[in-house]
Design a protein around this ligand. Structure first.
Ligand code: GLV
Ligand code: MN
Ligand code: MN
Ligand code: MN
Length: 399
């Protein structure tokens, strides 16, 4: 199958495919080439989402196979990419074997899901639903202080207005399906080749900028300090505590201590917290608890804390109808399967939150490793995933 060779080619481009950087551009070109090779019609929206279409008799309804081609910093070649490559090959196979489908089929190669460069997740998919605001995009900056629009300019992409951004919106998608590597170990441990995802957790990214006061580390008494890093340390521990207390998952993975010197009291620290939970009420409770805790620390220490909700996507339950279709196909092919909840965020989460019936198929990740170069999924598992995806799409779209 072509997918195995194509994964290697993407791997060779590199493992830093972040929005609008060189590797991202190269990856997009490769995906475009594969789609054309497989007989699909390719177009692009203003954000950089790539659409690989097979038109059906009814062009006003589309079944979308969705996944992302950006990666985290030093990520792997499977997260996101496998779903796109499987989708392209599946549509190519269906076209060749069965011709024109009843409704249109398309692979949406999402430009940005990880939030790796500009710290805001699901940009690509949110554009499809009018959830992006020009004013917010204008404020985004990467680690090198390069703005979102400057990054576009560097690779020759034009600026755009809110009106043009709004044109990314879609109202023809009737179903969305994603194939993704599992990124945990349920399948590997049980030796089951296909996972069916029932729920995706809510995910929020909370940015905090703690502003204290720089002063001499030797001469400033302990109780006269406004140490932004000590305040950050308390807050980071509290975030961890929330994950444990509520049985969710919480991480503070992004931190900047502006001065970072040995003998100056830290005056400014930036943090981004990632908090996730499957229960909508608990998800919101975690945010309330964090807000209250930060306020108490602010008062106690005399620091100032800026608080910004970068992203907040509610938990979703995926479509039982679509999951039934996937299960039926998996049985037909003769593969074992199991249902479980996702820990990671996925593009179908955005689809589902806009009431589009959506399904998510998992294939095993070796040792559950992901968001690292060592990420790996065996060839036979990729082929199984592609077969389940292709047959599910066929059943949904050919009369
Ligand atoms: C995406 O991979 C996420 O869940 O952070
Ligand atoms: Mn990821
Ligand atoms: Mn992913
Ligand atoms: Mn995904």
């Amino acid at each position: 199958m072509k997918i195995l060779k194509r994964i290697q080619e993407i791997k060779n481009i590199g493992n830093n495919r972040q929005l609008y950087n060189e590797q991202w551009v190269e990856t997009k070109k490769a995906l475009e080439r594969y789609a054309i090779e497989d007989g699909l019609k390719v177009s692009e929206d203003i954000i950089g989402n790539l659409f690989c279409r097979l038109e059906g008799y009814n062009r006003s309804k589309t079944i979308s196979i969705i996944s992302h081609f950006d990666s985290v910093e030093n990520g792997g070649a499977y997260d996101g990419i496998v779903g796109i490559l499987a989708g392209i090959e599946a549509l190519g196979m269906l076209k060749k074997k069965f011709g024109t489908p009843e409704v249109s089929l398309e692979v949406i190669c999402i430009a940005e899901e990880e939030g790796a460069r500009f710290k805001t997740t699901f940009l690509g998919c949110r554009a499809l639903f009018g959830d992006l605001k020009y004013e917010n995009l204008k404020r985004l900056k990467d680690k090198q202080n390069i703005s979102f629009f400057k990054a576009r300019e560097v690779i020759g992409l034009k600026p755009f207005s809110q009106k043009e951004l709004d044109r990314c919106q879609r109202n023809d998608i009737i179903t969305a399906i994603e194939l993704h590597v599992e990124q945990s170990r349920y399948l590997e441990k049980t030796q089951i080749p296909i996972g069916i995802c029932t729920h995706i957790p809510g995910q929020m990214k909370i940015r905090m900028v703690i502003v204290g006061e720089a002063n001499h580390a030797g001469t400033t008494p302990m109780f006269e300090r406004k140490d932004a890093l000590c305040c950050a340390a308390k807050i980071i521990s509290f975030v961890e505590h929330l994950g444990i207390k509520y049985e969710g998952v919480t991480t503070t993975g992004y931190t900047i201590n502006a001065k970072n010197a040995t003998n100056i009291i830290p005056s400014k620290v930036e943090l981004i917290h990632d908090m996730r939970h499957h229960d909508p009420e608990v998800f919101n409770q975690m945010l309330e608890d964090l807000t209250n805790y930060a306020k108490r620390e602010e008062e106690k220490r005399g620091v100032h804390i800026e608080f910004e909700k970068l992203v907040k996507i509610e938990p979703v339950e995926l479509s039982t109808e679509i999951n039934e279709q996937i299960k039926k196909v998996t049985r037909q092919i003769g593969l074992r399967q199991m249902e479980f909840k996702s820990g990671a965020g996925h593009d179908v989460q955005i689809m589902s939150s806009h009431d589009i019936p959506s399904g998510l198929i998992f294939i095993p990740s070796v040792e559950g490793i992901s968001h690292r170069m060592e990420e790996y999924t065996k060839n036979e598992d990729i082929v199984n995933g592609l077969n389940v995806l292709a047959l599910t799409i066929k059943n949904l779209s050919y009369g």
